[in-house]
Design a protein around this ligand. Structure first.
Ligand code: ADP
Ligand code: ASP
Ligand code: MG
Length: 402
């Protein structure tokens, strides 16, 4: 069997944990399996590197930032290989260059395009455990790129897909995927099985237990995923196409603090204005989420929408620069907001979901700023300071807790 095992930052945070991971992987190796390990940077290394870069130059180029960030993963793979060696097991660490993991051009949020599997196969054939850096790739200029925060999950799934692995196991600091972030909602319940679609929605809406692109890729290539704890042997959560269990109405609640509300005020109330505004943003690769347009009055209207916090400055600058063309009088933004969502494939046919969510927020005095719904989710935008109590209230209203 070929097994890909991915361990997140907290699972390799110090010497004891590195040895814990090494020993766990050696168990599989000794059973005769081929083992590929994908690692994140140790503990909060990536945050530390970002802070260091900001100190030197708050406007550091994305290329140099990626050059810096990729060092984090390189440290963990090398140390892991040394631990394996100390335990008497042959292993080799490889970075994105050595494997040759090709990505798109973009720095900071690149997409994996092609993985050369020759080197890895060669090392596996030599009965070595292969330890690969997560989160990084190389682009057409042979520069390092990164896959976006949390991107090591995607590296693992991509390797599992490229090598037709029999299993892809994502080890983290919780026992699996829960009905809400167990650090915010203490009575959240572990989900035994979840579909790719529901997991993708939860991950996209802020449940960072899996990088959303890893789920997208797992679905595309039919890679069954298991999310479980690196600290104990609990069974974890299986992410796959179909789940056997009785379909639950709601699978979970997610929150995303990485949102900014942008309001464009005093636009002309005439055809083509929304097109001009959103076309401008699309051309600059800015992803827009919830959109709200006011009813026109006195020939003008306002349009509000949310963007990721990282894109907020660029969005405001773009609109300011194009104020006349899009007929805006002014643009405002609000950064201390957050999105809270309920997700569930079973809610398509249930009209009460949105109302129940709004009632639960009303009960804890949380004001809703914007709303967006789809077949599989309801999302509200609220003040960031209310996120924890909103999550708990919504979670309990749907009876998700233990
Ligand atoms: P790793 O470093 O292992 O990749 P992450 O911090 O990226 O770990 O992801 C694990 C964290 O995700 C957990 O510690 C938990 O706080 C958070 N999380 C958010 N939503 C969920 C959820 N629905 N289920 C489980 N964990 C969640
Ligand atoms: N080290 C990277 C991060 O902190 C990638 C990852 O952990 O998956 O975002
Ligand atoms: Mg992660």
């Amino acid at each position: 069997m070929l097994i890909v095992k991915k361990f997140g930052g907290s699972s390799v945070a110090d010497k004891e944990r590195i040895y814990n991971v090494a020993k766990r992987c050696i168990e599989d190796y000794k059973k005769g399996h081929d083992v590929i390990i994908v690692l994140s940077a140790m503990g909060k290394t990536t945050d530390g590197l970002i802070a260091q870069a900001k100190e030197i130059n708050p406007c550091a180029s994305k290329r140099e930032l990626d050059m810096l960030l990729t060092t984090g993963e390189q440290i963990s793979v090398a140390l892991m290989s040394m631990a394996m060696d100390a335990l008497g097991v042959p292993a080799i660490s490889l970075n994105a260059f050595q494997v040759a993991m090709r990505t798109t051009r973009k720095y900071g949020n690149s997409r994996l395009k092609k993985i050369d599997t020759d080197r890895i196969k060669h090392e596996l054939d030599a009965r070595k455990i292969v330890i690969v850096t997560g989160f990084q790739g190389i682009n057409r200029y042979d520069d390092y790129t990164t896959l976006g925060r949390g991107g090591s999950d995607t590296t693992a799934v991509a390797l599992a897909a490229a090598l037709h692995a029999d299993a892809c196991e994502i080890y983290t600091d919780v026992e699996g995927v829960y009905t809400a972030d167990p650090r915010i909602v203490p009575n959240a319940k572990k989900i035994n099985e979840i579909t790719y679609d529901e997991m993708l929605e939860l991950a996209t809406l802020g449940a960072k237990v899996l990088h959303n692109r890893s789920v997208e890729m797992a679905k595309k290539y039919g890679v069954p995923l298991v999310v479980r704890s690196s600290l104990n042997r609990a069974s974890g959560t299986v992410v796959k196409e179909e789940v056997r269990m009785e379909r639950m109405l709601i699978s979970g609640v997610a929150a995303d603090k990485n949102a900014t509300r942008v309001s464009v005020i005093g636009l002309k109330d005439e055809p083509g204005i929304a097109f001009k505004l959103f076309n401008l943003l699309a051309k600059n690769n800015i992803n827009v989420d919830i959109i709200l347009q006011s009813v026109g009055r006195d020939g003008t209207k306002d349009i509000s929408f949310t963007v990721a916090q990282d894109d907020a400055k660029e969005t405001i600058d773009l609109i300011e620069d194009n104020k006349n063309r899009i007929t805006a009088q002014r643009v405002e933004c609000e950064t201390d907001v957050a999105k809270v969502s309920v997700v569930g494939a079973g809610m398509t046919s249930n009209p009460g979901v949105a109302a129940k969510m709004f009632e639960s927020l009303y009960n804890v005095g949380v004001n809703i700023k914007m709303i967006s719904t789809s077949e599989i989710k309801v999302t509200v935008l609220i003040d960031q300071k209310n996120v924890d109590k909103a999550m708990q209230a919504v979670h309990d209203a749907f009876g998700l807790g233990e």
